[in-house]
Ligand binder design. Structure first.
Ligand code: FAD
Length: 415
């Protein structure tokens, strides 16, 4: 069986304006090289796993090997200290290998390590960050429940305190890395409170023990090589020291974390578009019909031009979103900077997710009958990126956020 693909050189390097780079140049170049080496070594394994519809253990093993388990975690905690722009470019490069591969890193870093970095106390940071950066602790983010998706406030997971432990109960659903994680950020409500006292809290939950049961979810049309799971907690004990942030502050922590997660989804979509473009350029020059290369037919050129426009517009929106998020992260108390980051990231996520779906669809079209096959990369991207219009906030929720920012807080349709 021949798997058709190409693995062209990384473009992360040339697309980071030096004026934006917030990490030492040597560190950045080393990270870029490690990401490239990771992607090249992973690709042949990933392609086989994808075709066999099975989890790819090499995604994690090679991430350990190339020291990519904590790309944006500060060096003092064992990470690579990547600035926001370098990190999103790295995610874009990784997503060329598949949306499932990138989703693992988002679960680990963008929505796993990020809330610990931002809201964890010193003891939580020094316990979880170095271990997770070393690859000894896989992380996940557990907000969604069977009956609470777009509105997490409808969640029913609960906690109660007994001595120096919280006991957590309930089910979390559709969680990336959910059955492979060693610790997960869980959001739950106090068991005995109602009304305005029923405020969500966040916990760092170790998954060991028979009070935490997880199950991988396999009925998905794509992203076969990564883990999507549900888990159930039954009086699952969590030390009180693992409360993340202040009690009752969980909704805020979840919303801030989702800004980080959405940016990672947008970056991933850019990578999928880049890969579709690379594949299409090769195929359109090679495949001949009607006596010439199909790339010489104007209607095929229209597909190529549109994929390039999807790439260029997504790239620009992601860059400005990353810079806005970076600025907000550096001024955590500034509400206006946070609102602007939220707005720009929502725009970038909405645009890039839809652009990736269109770009992948056009790439499949250029490949003709071969395109409609998992043997070729465009179809794999088409299957994988569809979920980007759903997870970390649906298209509809992104539109509501964008409109509310323009109209004003009184117009928030989801409040
Ligand atoms: C592969 C995968 C991985 C995931 N990973 C994670 C993870 O790691 N952690 C995690 O916590 N979650 C994760 N999720 C869950 C994901 O974030 C949710 O699926 C998503 O937020 C939507 O929630 P829902 O599925 O419950 O849909 P619902 O909220 O039930 O929405 C259904 C439809 O109604 C629309 N809708 C809902 N409310 C409104 C409104 N007010 N106005 C207009 N339209 C509305 C939605 O846009 C959507 O079209 C993952 C999901 C998938 C598929």
């Amino acid at each position: 069986m021949t798997i058709m693909s190409t693995n062209t050189a990384s473009t992360i390097e040339r697309r980071i304006p030096s004026s934006h780079a917030g990490m030492p140049e040597d560190d950045r170049l080393k990270l870029v090289a490690d990401v490239e080496a990771y992607c090249r070594e992973l690709r042949p394994i990933e392609e086989i796993c994808y075709l066999e519809h099975r989890f790819n253990e090499a995604i994690v093993e090679l991430a350990r090997k190339y020291d990519l388990m904590g790309m944006s975690v500060p060096r003092e905690y064992g990470g690579r200290g990547a600035d926001a722009l370098t990190y999103v470019r790295a995610l874009a490069r990784i997503n060329r290998e598949g949306n499932g591969v990138r989703t693992f890193f988002s679960g680990q870093t963008s929505i796993g390590q990020y809330p610990i970095m931002r809201y964890g106390n010193e003891s939580q940071k020094s316990h979880y960050l170095p271990r997770s950066c070393a690859g000894e602790c896989i992380l996940a983010f557990g907000l969604t429940e069977p009956d609470a998706g777009s509105n997490p406030l409808e969640g029913t997971c609960t906690f109660r305190r007994e001595g120096d432990m919280f006991l957590l109960n309930g089910v979390k659903y559709l969680i990336s890395n959910g059955s492979i994680c060693d610790a997960v950020i869980v959001f739950a409500f106090p068991e005995d409170k109602t009304g305005s006292e029923r405020r969500m809290s966040a916990f760092i939950v170790d998954t060991a023990g028979d009070t935490f049961e997880s199950e991988a979810l396999h009925a998905k049309p794509g992203m076969y090589t990564s883990d999507t799971a549900m888990f159930e907690m039954t009086d699952h004990p969590v030390p009180v020291t693992n409360l993340l942030g202040a009690e009752g502050n969980g909704f805020r922590i979840a919303m801030h974390t989702l800004i980080s997660g959405r940016l990672s989804v947008a970056a991933g979509c850019l990578g999928a578009i880049e890969d579709c473009l690379a594949e299409v350029l090769i195929y359109a020059r090679k495949r001949r019909q009607h006596g010439k290369e199909i790339g010489k037919h104007q209607l095929v050129q229209e597909h190529i031009a549109m994929i390039e426009m999807m790439r260029a517009t997504s790239d620009a929106m992601i860059e400005r979103a990353a810079l806005a998020k970076d600025l907000s992260d550096r001024h955590p108390g500034d509400k206006e900077l946070l609102a602007e980051a939220d707005f720009r990231v929502a725009q970038a996520k909405f645009h890039a997710a839809n652009a990736a779906c269109e770009a992948a669809d056009r790439a499949v079209q250029v490949f003709g009958g071969r395109g409609w096959s998992e043997l070729y990369r465009p179809m794999r991207h088409l299957q994988d990126v569809r979920v980007c219009r759903i997870y970390e906030g649906t298209d509809e929720i992104m539109k509501l956020k964008i409109a509310a920012r323009l109209l004003g807080k009184d117009y928030e349709a989801f409040s």
